[in-house]
Design a protein. Sequence first.
Length: 278
Amino acid sequence: MANYMIGDVQGCDEALGRLLETIDFSPSRDTLYLLGDLVNRGPQSLAVLRRLMALEGASHSLLGNHDLHLLATAHGVRKPHRSDTVADILSAPDRSALLDWLRQRPMALYAHGWLMVHAGVLPQWDLNQTLALAGELESVLRSPDWVDFLKDMYGNQPDFWSNSLRGAERLRVIVNTLTRLRFCSAQGVMEFEAKDNADTAPPGFMPWFDVPGRRTSGVPVAFGHWSTLGAVQRENVLPLDTGCVWGGCLTAARMGKAPGRFELLSVRCAQARKPGKN
């Protein structure tokens, strides 16, 4: 029995299939945890969703910003981007079932000693608060009024957390943290423009995992989203977006017996797109 965390697939189903062969994955024996951005930019988003939906029980997938964009596009909240590659999902005969399955995915997970998020965690949040706030967002996405949330989801403000936040502003900070965060200030103010590696932080900002006193520093955290991050060596920090859709690799981390221990396994991705926004 083995447990694996997998970084951003982004519609690269062929690479996902080869990775599962490489790790000798068996749905009757093993468990997958995918860290969000299942779809978009790659050529086989429909195949990815169908594969993971069929593995229900043996796989657990987080929602990433591209997955939320698909939901918003499908319900007329956002117009498709020129670089989107989700038309096959939107025209599929099982579209409704796939989209309903997708919106039921969690925003954060804690399993086998690992906190898993798509993008990041604000320095003020500890493990329990992170999971509780993710749960608030999950409840909204699973409610009858979930499309109303999508209409209020977009925007960069507020750019910091306060326990006094309510309504759409509270949910926007939660979703931006969990699906978009890369850099923030020591006080937890988020910055959304910079997308390069950890050494290119704008003045006054730093990678979210380098904030002194971060309240999840004692918890192993795995995340995706940041394909340009490059290699980082930090205790309890595991980035797993290795740029598959940009011609890099798709990477799985096999969890060790002790929390924070892991073994990396990767396959090269044949799909290569020009670098762009994540």
